[in-house]
Every structure is written in structure tokens, then in C-alpha cells.
Design a protein around this ligand. Structure first.
Ligand code: FAD
Length: 453
């Protein structure tokens, strides 16, 4: 057993709670601080979204062990829950019915972390000083001490802005009432906001294509609804994913359905659309790629920005943190997850060694550990915290061991195979004389086809 006794865990999302389970199992004392009023506060915001990984990839092994001792009925491994079901059947019982319950403080937003008596500059004796963690719980600032810290606070609350240069587009703040970030519930609680409207969605990830697919469904009931897809690149097929090649079947299916909607013209596509300005036009919003006369524009009622997320690094500013300059993830992790180089399937499992920081005893885990990379899977996070807890307990051999085999996914940068059944964004719509979506697109543009038919 190492000296580490108290482990502060920031965030009670799937990975923070799994971390608590592993830490407890190792005989250490977890204290989970969660900003929201309930556990899974970020997951709750996207509760309407169906996960693309089935239950078997969404439950941590140690958490399941704790739940089983309460008579929990484990969900059907092959089924795909929504975010709300993940909460109801897994995170909430884990937090309220197991031995984790007394270790979780909700409505406790961490605002600052440092070492007791040490500012960032001071080195001698630093490693032996406990961490000081400040948090807000609505009754003024609270302070706690911990021997180690696992920051599993996710990235949901810091979405990327609309600007193609990574900054807010000029006018973005003033237009805030016309903009939503992430994945609004366009078929459910936010329907009234989007039904019958012209809605631009900016982004190429799964959140963007999921929202556009939902908007196309909304248009089937409210024909005036006009979805517009704004993508910065010029190749829509990149967003279609691996179709039937994707081992996470739900994700492959989403890509194929979306490809078909695009091919059928149900979603207007604006390629190479790099937003720089937003401006009000009466009740509408002008989304603009350049200043005044020279840029391209679309005029919409609503804009949904789904350009990914970035980590909030403000509260770790007083710690000695070293991050990859582009991805904003721990340096050793960057070559494994760089979205310029890797598809999701090539991210090999990793743990304490890759996640260790320049500040001994401090680790990023979960979604936040991936910085700006979009390919995080919960099951990877569970392996991370299993390894970190082992390391904190002094079991270096278990910390080094890899206990996870990831599904080989066919999305991200994977080149789609030129096969008549699975190629180029999935099959074309029935009735369209084309072998696949890319073939249909090419023929629509009076070209010969995509070459695979
Ligand atoms: C729409 C969507 C769909 C996804 N689908 C899948 C999927 O199908 N399969 C899959 O494996 N992964 C999926 N992911 C990716 C990822 O696995 C999830 O986002 C997962 O919730 C990440 O877990 P986490 O615990 O790291 O972070 P989060 O779930 O984001 O939890 C972080 C917690 O920290 C809290 N917090 C934030 N700041 C503070 C603070 N300062 N102080 C205290 N608490 C704080 C938040 O309120 C939140 O509860 C999806 C992500 C999104 C957004």
C-alpha cells in the first residue's frame, strides 16, 4: 500500500464514478466532487441521444461488482441505451445504492487546485505536500485536502465555438440567443424551437450528423423545417463513417442513414464553409464566412454549433501540467489519439503511465484526458481509472497491465472500402440508380460516378 490515502475525484460522470469504485476497492478513500445537482450531470444534458456503444461497453467491471451486491439487474449487454437510460439503469443506482454513496458530494463545483503551501514556482518539498481543492457548494467557498487528484470533469461544459479559427466568430456572443451548442433535443423538449425553421448545423462529428438526421425527421412532420449542414472541409463522405464496417453497429448505421439523407437532398450541404462572422438580420441570423461582401452567407433561424469540445484548464492553472500543444491532452497520450493520424480503433488502451503528469499524484482521466480529440469511449476511461487506482495503491504491475481489448471501429479517418455493399457512405437510396451514396452524389453532379460501381 502506498502513502496515498484520500483521492479527490472531480466529476461524477461515468468515469469519475468508476474511478471511485476502483479507488475504494484498492483500500483508498475516494471523495467525488460533482458540480451538478445530481451525478451524471453532463450525460443528463444529452439524455435523449442513443449511445452508439451497447451496454457491454458502457459498464465498468468494478462498478458492476458493487451494483451486483445490491441485487441490481444488469442491462442486456447487446442493447443500446440512451443517455437517460445510462443514468437510470447504471449511474444513479451506482451512486445511490452502493457503498459509493457516502463518498459523493453533488452541487460542488471545483474552482481551484493547488498544493498546500506551494505556489506553482516552488519546488523543494512540493511532492510531499497534499493537494488543496477549493469548491463552491452554494454556501460559499469550501476547501478540502487530498493526497492525490483524478480530474474526470469531462469537456461537455466547454464546447468549441463557431469560428473556424477556434475563436468565437465575430458577433457570436451577441447572437447567443440564436445558437445552441452540442446536441439539443430537436425531436423532444426543444422541438418548438426548431420545428418549421431553417436550421444550420456546423460540424462533422457524430453530434452534428445525429442532429441533422433528427432535423430531417422533424422535417417529415413539419415540412417547413430546413436543415443545412455547414462543413469546413470539402468531403462530406468523411462524416459518413465506416457504414456497415463499423463494429459499433449503431454508429455505422447512423452514418449510413445520414449519407442517404444527404444523397436524397433532404439536407442542404454547404462545403468549405468556414464561419467567421455572425450577425442579426431582423429575427434571423446571418452566418458568414468572411467580412461583408466577399464571404459566402447563409441566413437561418437557428444555428447549432457541434464542433466538439475542449478541456477547461482554468482550475488546474496552479498545478504543473504538461499538455500536448495541439490536442491539449497528456503528452504521452497525444500520439495515440491524434485525430489527424488515428481512427478510433487504433487508440490502444492506456493507463497511469501515459496519464501521469508533471505534478505527481495528479491525473486527468475520462473524456477530459483526450483534450480536444473527439474519439473517447467510456470503456477506455474505465481502463484508465483501473490502472490509476492500481498505481495509487502501489500495485505497479497491475497498473502497467492492459486489461482491455477495444472494439476495432471503422470510423474517423478510415478509408471506406470500395466494395459494392459497403462503400462510399453506404448504400444509395432505393430507386436511385447508383451503387452507393458517393456514386449517387457524383452522378447528381453529372460526373460518371465514384468509380466503384
Ligand atoms: C452526445 C454524446 C454521445 C456519446 N456517446 C458515447 C457512446 O455511445 N459510447 C461511448 O463510449 N462514449 C460516448 N460518448 C463519449 C463519452 O464516453 C461520454 O461523454 C462520457 O460521458 C464521458 O464520461 P466522463 O465521466 O469522462 O465525463 P462526463 O460524463 O462529461 O462527466 C464529467 C462530470 O464532471 C462534472 N464537472 C465538470 N466540471 C466540474 C467541476 N469544475 N467541478 C466538479 N464537477 C465538474 C460534470 O458536471 C459531469 O457530471 C458520447 C459523448 C457525447 C457528448
Amino acid at each position: 500500500m502506498s502513502k496515498a490515502k484520500t483521492v479527490a475525484i472531480i466529476g461524477a460522470g461515468p468515469v469519475g464514478l468508476a474511478a471511485a469504485a476502483h479507488v475504494l476497492e484498492r483500500g483508498l478513500k475516494p471523495i467525488v466532487l460533482e458540480a451538478g445537482p445530481d451525478v451524471g450531470h453532463a450525460v443528463r444534458q444529452w439524455g435523449h441521444v442513443q449511445l452508439f456503444s451497447p451496454w457491454e461497453y458502457n459498464i465498468d467491471r468494478e462498478a458492476a461488482r458493487l451494483l451486483e451486491s445490491t441485487g441490481w439487474n444488469s442491462p442486456e449487454p447487446g442493447q443500446y441505451p440512451t443517455g437517460a437510460e445510462l443514468l437510470e439503469h447504471y449511474l444513479e443506482p451506482l451512486a445511490t445504492k452502493t457503498v459509493l454513496a457516502p463518498h459523493i458530494k453533488t452541487s460542488s463545483r471545483v474552482t481551484d487546485i493547488s498544493r498546500v503551501g506551494f505556489d506553482k514556482l516552488k519546488s523543494k518539498g512540493r511532492d510531499a505536500a497534499p493537494f488543496e481543492i477549493r469548491y463552491q457548494n452554494g454556501q460559499g467557498p469550501e476547501v478540502m485536502r487530498a493526497d492525490t487528484v483524478i480530474d474526470a470533469s469531462g469537456t461537455w461544459h466547454s464546447p468549441n465555438p463557431a469560428g473556424a479559427n477556434g475563436l468565437r466568430a465575430l458577433g457570436e456572443q451577441q447572437a447567443a440567443h440564436k445558437i445552441a451548442y452540442g446536441m439539443p433535443d430537436v425531436l423532444g423538449k426543444d422541438r418548438a424551437r426548431y420545428a418549421g425553421k431553417t436550421v444550420a448545423v456546423l460540424g462533422t462529428g457524430h453530434s452534428a450528423i445525429g442532429t441533422l438526421t433528427d432535423l430531417a425527421q422533424l422535417a417529415a412532420q413539419w415540412p417547413e423545417t430546413k436543415p443545412i449542414w455547414l462543413l469546413r472541409g470539402n468531403d462530406p463522405a468523411k462524416a459518413f463513417g465506416g457504414g456497415a464496417n463499423d463494429k459499433l453497429a449503431a454508429r455505422g448505421e447512423l452514418g449510413a442513414v445520414f449519407a442517404a439523407l444527404v444523397a436524397a437532398g433532404q439536407i442542404r450541404v454547404e462545403r468549405e464553409f468556414r464561419v467567421s462572422h455572425l450577425a442579426a438580420d431582423g429575427p434571423r441570423l446571418i452566418v458568414d464566412t468572411g467580412a461583408g461582401c466577399c464571404g459566402r452567407q447563409v441566413v437561418v433561424d437557428e444555428l447549432i454549433v457541434a464542433t466538439g469540445f475542449r478541456p477547461d484548464l482554468d482550475f488546474v492553472r496552479e498545478l504543473r501540467i504538461r499538455l500536448d500543444p495541439a490536442i491539449e491532452c497528456p503528452v504521452a497520450l497525444a500520439p495515440l489519439i491524434d485525430p489527424n493520424e488515428h481512427s478510433c480503433g487504433t487508440v490502444r488502451p492506456h493507463g497511469a503511465r501515459e496519464l501521469a503528469q508533471h505534478e505527481p499524484g495528479f491525473y486527468f482521466a475520462g473524456m477530459k484526458s483526450y483534450g480536444r480529440a473527439p474519439t473517447f469511449l467510456m470503456i477506455t476511461g474505465y481502463e484508465q481509472v483501473r490502472s490509476i487506482a492500481a498505481e495509487l495503491a502501489g500495485d505497479h504491475e497491475a497498473a502497467e497491465r492492459v486489461e482491455l481489448v477495444l472494439p476495432e471501429t471503422g470510423v474517423c479517418n478510415r478509408v471506406i472500402a470500395l466494395d459494392a455493399n459497403n462503400c462510399c457512405g453506404g448504400p444509395a437510396l432505393s430507386g436511385v440508380d447508383a451503387c452507393c451514396v458517393a456514386d449517387a452524389n457524383a452522378k447528381q453532379e453529372s460526373k460518371e460516378g465514384c468509380g466503384c460501381g
